[in-house]
Design a protein around this ligand. Structure first.
Ligand code: SAH
Length: 268
């Protein structure tokens, strides 16, 4: 037998041996699996959920590096919560792969979840501390509310479109945000029963600042709100209540938000 042939025969034998071992192990596994279906426990489910969230850790980190820190957000607390909140859980499933992109995304009913940077900026400008009471107008997906909840704030959030309010409420509950309270109403009137607030954030753009919101701010409290024309560029304002009737405002620049509506939506 030539040397070449010997090598070939040995090679074939080795492949057959390895293949056989793999095949037998697979069978053994299959046999073992029968009758051993694990019971789904709460613990197992939680571990699965965590594993699922963890798939997005790298994407979230990139979002924070490129879409939050690189744009000038400096609050360590805000940066930390942006790393933690699972943004992909707040977008429709077909957009999961885009959840951490540097963009707003559609959430249905003609509404959008804001760009990560805008969420971080508005949160930073609220200048809140753990335990503060915050009102949000424009729950949408509930993402901004979750970011506030993750900062250990008591969050009251109002959404005018009923299905969005219901979905957000359920999602926030499932994700364990116990201190976020959702209401389906016109946020123009604020949430009088819970006023006054340390901070108020409005994530839809009206053409003027609703008076009830100013009235529901604590002295020293801050309102962050985009104001301007529908469909155009609005100006983001930070309004601080100095006394019962004195307010100081500062512009934070141009933004583009969905309109602040007064009547919910037309059934699509
Ligand atoms: N903060 C949201 C983004 C919201 S988009 C998020 O993190 O996903 C703005 C939302 O404001 C929309 O869902 C819209 O329906 C809602 N909205 C508009 N006008 C409103 C009003 N008058 N009262 C309450 N919600 C309003």
């Amino acid at each position: 037998m030539s040397k070449r042939l010997t090598v070939l025969v040995v090679l074939i034998l080795v492949i057959a041996l390895v293949g056989g071992v793999i095949f037998l192990r697979g069978r053994q596994h299959a046999v073992e699996d029968i009758g051993e279906v694990p019971q789904e426990t709460e613990e197992l489910q939680r571990a699965t959920d965590i594993a699922e969230i963890d798939l997005y850790v790298a994407a979230r980190e990139q979002m924070v590096e490129r879409g939050v820190i690189a744009y000038g957000i400096i609050s360590p607390e805000v940066i930390e919560v942006m790393r933690r909140v699972p943004r992909h859980q707040f977008v429709p499933e077909e957009y999961n792969h885009l959840a951490y992109a540097d963009n707003p995304l559609p959430i249905g009913f003609g509404q959008t979840i804001s760009q990560p940077y805008i969420v971080a900026l508005m949160t930073q400008e609220l200048d809140v501390e753990e335990g503060d009471k915050v009102l949000e107008v424009g729950t949408g997906s509930g993402y901004q509310a979750a970011v506030l909840g993750e900062l250990d704030l008591e969050v009251f959030t109002i959404e005018i479109i009923e299905p969005l309010a219901n979905e957000a409420e359920q999602r926030l509950e499932e994700l364990g945000y116990e201190r976020v309270h959702v209401r389906n109403a016109d946020g123009y009137f604020g949430w009088p029963e819970e006023a006054p607030f340390d901070a108020i954030i409005v994530t839809a753009a009206p053409d003027h600042i609703p008076q009830p919101l100013l009235q529901q701010l604590k002295i020293g409290g801050v309102l962050v709100i985009p104001v301007g024309p529908i469909g155009g560029i609005q100006e983001l304002w930070r309004v601080t209540r100095l006394s019962a009737d004195e307010f100081q405002s500062a512009s934070l620049g141009g933004v583009r938000f969905v309109p602040f509506t007064r009547a919910g939506y037309d059934d699509p």
